[in-house]
Design a protein around this ligand. Structure first.
Ligand code: NAI
Length: 346
């Protein structure tokens, strides 16, 4: 099989990273086309990656006879429709998280994906492709921590990204803090435990950034969850980590516990200066998960070439969005919310 020709939609904060990876870091793939409503994005794609086809609409791009696959990095509320359109055109699909913001819409999308079983579908839960998370997952699967009892997750964006986030949230639907940020942690909880979340209690607080009230977004949220086997999960999500990009996960089991990125360090350097001994922190998702973004795209291309479906499925997308919606509802109603779940992974 020759190079896989990919068309990308969305060239914003993350789209530019995927574009670069497809063009330069994933052997066997070619960035054939790009699509954005913003002409500056298209000029950037031409200049930076020598993309031969550029389009202002997704519908036009998928009409191109030169594509094998699409990479969907458009705003979250476009994902379901873009997935359905690309699948119906016979294209393989990589889609960023969340798969969608509405359960009925996602279910309809899953029906379309299922109707095209020979086309690859992968969802962008890139943490599963991070070296440290894979190491932790292996330990859990081998039973080294015993039976898991509690999972604690922090997913907090840097304050430095807040201005850009307010623009992003004002211009499109993010789905709120839980669908946008905690969705990664919800996926990790399901991935590590192989269990579903059965109920959640969540709350939030805005303190430092009134601009977030205006776009109806939370600055900090916390959720407590119970899984089907009584395992507990505690999630903290936010947009105001003054020190950098704080993604940390703790797994507590009957035989031991582990932490991934107990301090979200940038590297192995310690600086000794007037502040004392300083460990620089990871600044942004693009830095912390640089390799994971490349690894997940390599997996997508490998799946296409080897005719196999990846581990991260559309069903994982549906379940994680269901939990995120329940968290949002819990904040709004101050109630504990039961989450609907299906026990079979299809
Ligand atoms: P952004 O707002 O920076 O970029 C969105 C891009 O889509 C822009 O190029 C915009 O012009 C384009 N666009 C908007 N509407 C469009 C349409 N109808 N047709 C074609 N292009 C359109 O957004 P960002 O931060 O890059 O997020 C994009 C997606 O990636 C979101 O779904 C977000 O949840 C996800 N994301 C995932 C991350 C991860 O950790 N895996 C990190 C950041 C974002």
């Amino acid at each position: 099989m020759g190079n896989i020709r990919v068309g990308i939609v969305g060239l914003g904060r993350l789209g530019r990273i995927h574009a670069e990876n497809i063009a330069n870091h994933v052997p066997g793939s070619v960035l054939q086309a790009s699509c954005s409503i913003n002409p500056e994005d298209l000029a950037f794609a031409k200049e930076s990656f020598n993309v031969s086809e550029t389009y202002r609409t997704f519908e036009e791009m998928i009409e191109s006879p030169n594509l094998d696959a699409v990479c969907i990095v458009s705003p979250s509320d476009f994902h379901p429709e873009h997935i359905r359109q690309a699948m119906d055109k016979g294209l393989h699909v990589f889609c960023e998280k969340p798969i969608g913001l509405d359960v009925a819409d996602i279910k309809q999308t899953i029906d379309v994906i299922k109707a095209h079983p020979s086309q690859i579908f992968q969802l962008g839960f890139m943490r599963r492709y991070d070296e440290s998370y894979q190491y932790a997952k292996k330990m859990v699967d081998e039973g080294q921590l015993g039976e898991l009892t509690v999972i604690r997750c922090y997913g907090i964006d840097p304050s430095s990204g807040l201005e850009q986030f307010v623009k992003f949230a004002g211009a499109s639907k993010s789905g709120g803090l839980f669908a946008d940020m905690s969705i990664h942690d919800i996926d990790l909880v399901r991935w590590f435990t192989k269990k579903e979340v059965s109920r959640v209690w969540a709350m939030g607080k805005n303190a430092a950034y009134p601009a977030l009230d205006q776009v109806n977004e939370l600055e900090t949220g916390a959720a407590m969850m119970q899984l089907t086997d009584q395992t507990m999960a505690i999630l903290v999500a936010g947009r105001n980590a003054i020190h950098g990009y704080h993604v940390e996960t703790e797994l507590i089991g009957t035989k031991g516990m582990l932490r991934v990125a107990a301090q979200p360090e940038k590297n192995l350097v310690t600086v000794f200066d007037e502040h004392g001994a300083v460990r620089p922190m990871s600044e942004h998702f693009s830095e912390r998960f640089k390799e994971a973004f490349i690894n997940e795209m390599k997996e997508f291309i490998a799946c296409i070439k080897e005719c196999r479906q990846p581990e991260v499925s559309a069903f994982d997308g549906l379940q994680s969005t269901r939990v995120a919606i329940a968290c949002q509802k819990s904040v709004e109603t101050s109630q504990i919310i039961d989450v609907q779940y299906e026990l079979h992974h299809s």
